[in-house]
Design a binder for this molecule. Structure first.
Ligand SMILES: Nc1ncnc2c1ncn2[C@@H]1O[C@H](COP(=O)(O)OP(=O)(O)OP(=O)(O)O)[C@@H](O)[C@H]1O
Ligand SMILES: [Mg+2]
Length: 193
């Protein structure tokens, strides 16, 4: 019963998120105002893992979470950032479908330049450099039924956040998509010297 309630709640939240997302997508090039809040990366990963759990379990995919600082937070529009993560995880699922031990890793960390990084990596088929160059181009897809919108949307959303997204990949080994956010609010406080 509790599982069911959690499931229904997740579906409800997500469909609301999707509605907002389609709205935002339509107006994305009109520069939408972001609904910025402070989000714990831990909560972001938890709701993503709740949302994807049924699919991941069915496909025997291991979801690994690497997050040393449980208080790591970003300032972002939660609906849009959830959508970026969903797009990346869906791509990862598609990339690992023929792997024997498929694994997706979510990582949250602070870089040495104080920028916060959220990373989605997979041990899937990877990409050669000439493919890697093209993946953020709108409507570029190598999939039969792909629309090629997923990653270009991720990029637009990250740029709206004054952040960025970059891909790293090794053919045959896997890929990682690295989202960078601005410096955390706390670290903007001047330190006494
Ligand atoms: N994790 C990944 N591993 C390997 N290739 C990837 C990965 N993510 C994206 N790609 C490549 O980048 C292309 C573009 O991805 P994108 O998400 O923009 O479109 P798509 O997945 O083809 O379609 P959709 O619009 O349904 O998302 C994919 O077709 C695929 O070739
Ligand atoms: Mg996609």
């Amino acid at each position: 019963m509790e599982d069911l309630e959690l499931g229904i709640d997740t579906i409800k939240r997500r469909s609301e998120g999707l509605l907002k997302f389609t709205e935002s997508y339509r107006s994305l090039n009109k520069i939408t105002k972001l609904d910025l809040t402070k989000i714990l990366v831990r909560n972001l990963f938890e709701s993503l893992s709740n949302l994807m759990r049924p699919t991941l379990e069915k496909k025997n995919i291991e979801l690994e979470i690497i997050l040393r600082d449980p208080m790591l937070a970003i300032e972002a529009d939660i609906n849009l950032i959830e959508q970026v993560l969903i797009n990346l995880v869906v791509n990862a699922i598609e990339a690992i479908k023929d792997r024997e031990e498929p694994r997706i890793t979510l990582t949250g960390e602070i870089q040495s330049n104080n920028k916060i990084v959220v990373k989605v990596s997979d041990n899937g088929l990877g990409m050669p450099p000439e493919l890697l160059e093209k993946i953020f181009i709108p409507f570029f897809s190598t999939k039969k039924t792909g629309s090629g919108i997923g990653l270009s949307l991720c990029k637009q959303i990250m740029l709206l956040h004054k952040g960025n997204i970059q891909a790293q990949s090794t053919e045959g080994l896997g890929s990682a998509f690295v989202m960078t956010f601005g410096t955390i609010i706390e670290s903007k406080v001047a330190l006494p010297n």
